[in-house]
Design a protein around this ligand. Structure first.
Ligand SMILES: Cc1cc2nc3c(=O)[nH]c(=O)nc-3n(C[C@H](O)[C@H](O)[C@H](O)COP(=O)(O)OP(=O)(O)OC[C@H]3O[C@@H](n4cnc5c(N)ncnc54)[C@H](O)[C@@H]3O)c2cc1C
Length: 473
């Protein structure tokens, strides 16, 4: 059968499952579903044959059974915002776009909610807030990132892991379609997660390798109260020591502890019409069920950071001012790109507590010795309470795609060296694709081979997201 007639057959099968109005072969849509947040274009040889928008788990099951029989690669897309190249197709095939799978049900009598994979984080947040609940997942990309993406990533987002945990700590169960097409449900309808074998764990943070998430069941978390504080320092060392103190002096970990170096803070503050701070800033958000308790935790944190002699450290009670400061942080990436008129290259480095001062210093000098990048400014910001930073670079728009790829590969290599040195790993964007070499470097060939064998058990024909585990350049 010619390539063209094979494609026609695939398209007509997909149309028979979901209706022709839910299968697209338009070049615009193919390209749109083949790009991610990397600052270079779609891989033209890997454009999908078709993009399909299923509505039910049964649709996905039928598509995967067919793809298995015909050995056709299938890529699952939430919103395509992941930053390691795992959401772009690595070979031509079918793209399943989950945007129509928007079921959302709050079951207060059971104490949980269930979300379809196409529900966006911010939509879930708003629906939960209306009923007095909080979504324990606050990503910079929350207005577009999907619940399916968050589940298969198990991303910590801005949240401090030690403060509130990862989404997986709240996920009671998932409904999955296995790569071979069977539909399964894991976990529990109760509020106790299983002891011992819990299939949920294979899929939450499974990097989209072991199945397609069609529903996520998460425990309801009553709305929390916040208290806000900020500190400004002229040097990085005292900030790192302050964060260490927070842990070693056994303070209640905040829900957010964000850091902006002086350059990033200046751009963010200026964009929000605020007077730029005189140094690097760190701001923290304490939380509790009661406001008074949150305020108390905040005061204790400020006392901790005051021991490191900041330029200033104080609570923030003016909510208008707080919103501007928080937006200066939340919008770091667009502010940097707009203000500096370029494209973003970013990675994620994580220190450990014992060597945190050293790690922070190294993070500030992250681009030293990397050709080209060492001549650019390293805009450093991150989730410092989680000991995590994002070294970021704004690349002139006229640098070609191939050069951008090379630079991103160098950046991820450096990220891998850093995280291996400190014995850590990224907490936000998944472990494979651009990070495959890191996985091998950090955990060894035996661990990598083990994941390959596990993948083969779930997906004997390697049709689901092929190329992610193998690595992407
Ligand atoms: C501006 C910006 C800011 C960001 N800020 C943060 C941040 O603060 N913290 C953070 O952690 N991340 C951040 N990210 C990264 C990203 O938004 C998150 O990783 C997010 O969880 C990805 O969700 P998504 O819906 O876009 O997933 P996608 O990118 O579509 O998919 C990610 C992976 O999950 C798989 N997948 C998606 N849906 C399913 C499903 N239903 N079943 C099985 N597998 C699936 C895909 O195949 C892919 O491998 C940011 C990204 C951008 C562009």
């Amino acid at each position: 059968m010619s390539g063209n007639s094979k494609e026609k057959k695939i398209i007509s099968f997909l149309e028979s499952v979901v209706g022709s109005e839910n299968v697209t072969t338009s070049m615009f849509e193919k390209i749109k579903q083949s790009v991610d947040a990397f600052p270079y274009h779609a891989d033209k040889d890997n454009l999908p044959i078709a993009v399909v928008l299923p509505e039910t788990k049964e649709h996905i099951s039928e598509i995967l059974k067919y793809a298995n029989k015909e050995k056709i690669p299938v890529y699952v897309r939430g919103s395509g915002t992941q930053l390691i190249g795992a959401s772009r197709p690595h070979t031509s095939g079918i793209v399943i776009f989950t945007s129509r799978m928007k079921s959302f049900e709050i079951k207060e009598d059971y104490g949980y909610f269930e979300a379809g994979p196409g529900v966006r984080n911010a939509e879930a947040m708003d629906m939960l807030a209306e009923k007095g609940y909080f979504l324990p997942l606050v990503i910079g990309s929350k207005f577009i990132a999907s619940m399916g993406g968050a589940t298969s990533n198990n991303t910590s987002a801005h949240l401090v892991d030690t403060g509130i945990g990862k989404p997986g700590d709240y996920i009671l169960a998932v409904e999955m379609v296995l790569p071979t097409g069977e539909i399964i449900e894991t976990g529990t309808h109760g509020l106790r997660r299983p002891a011992g074998t819990d299939l949920t764990r294979w899929f939450v943070g499974g990097d989209g390798l072991f199945g397609v998430v069609t529903k996520t069941r998460m425990r309801l978390v009553p709305m929390i109260q916040y208290a806000y504080g900020i500190a400004c320092f002229s040097e990085l060392g005292p900030i790192a020591r302050g964060v260490k103190r927070m842990y070693l002096e056994k303070k209640a970990p905040p829900i957010f502890t964000e850091f902006l170096d002086h350059n990033v803070a200046t751009i963010g503050y200026t964009n929000k019409g605020l007077e730029p701070p005189p140094g690097h800033v760190i701001f923290f958000v304490s939380y509790d069920r009661e406001k008074e308790a949150a305020d108390k935790k905040m005061e204790m944190l400020i006392d901790v950071f005051k021991k490191e002699k900041p330029i200033y450290a104080h609570p923030v009670t003016d909510m208008d001012q707080w919103k501007k400061i928080w937006t200066a942080r939340e919008s770091t990436i667009p502010f940097l790109m707009n203000s500096l008129k370029g494209r973003l290259l970013v990675c994620e480095i994580v220190g450990n507590l014992a060597r945190f001062e050293e790690a922070m210093e190294e993070g500030a000098n992250f681009n030293k010795g990397i050709p080209y990048l060492e001549d650019l400014t390293n805009y450093l910001f991150g989730h410092i309470g989680a000991l995590a930073f994002h070294p970021s670079f704004i690349i002139p728009p006229d640098l070609g795609d191939e050069r951008m790829r090379e630079l991103s590969t160098l950046l991820f290599k450096r990220e891998a060296e850093f995280n291996t040195k400190y014995g850590t790993c990224g907490g936000e964007w998944g472990q494979f694709s651009k990070r495959k070499d890191f996985f091998v470097m950090r955990y060894g060939e035996a661990s990598y081979e083990l994941v390959k064998k596990i993948k083969a058990v779930f997906d004997p024909n390697n049709i689901l997201n092929p190329g992610v585990l193998e690595g992407y350049r």
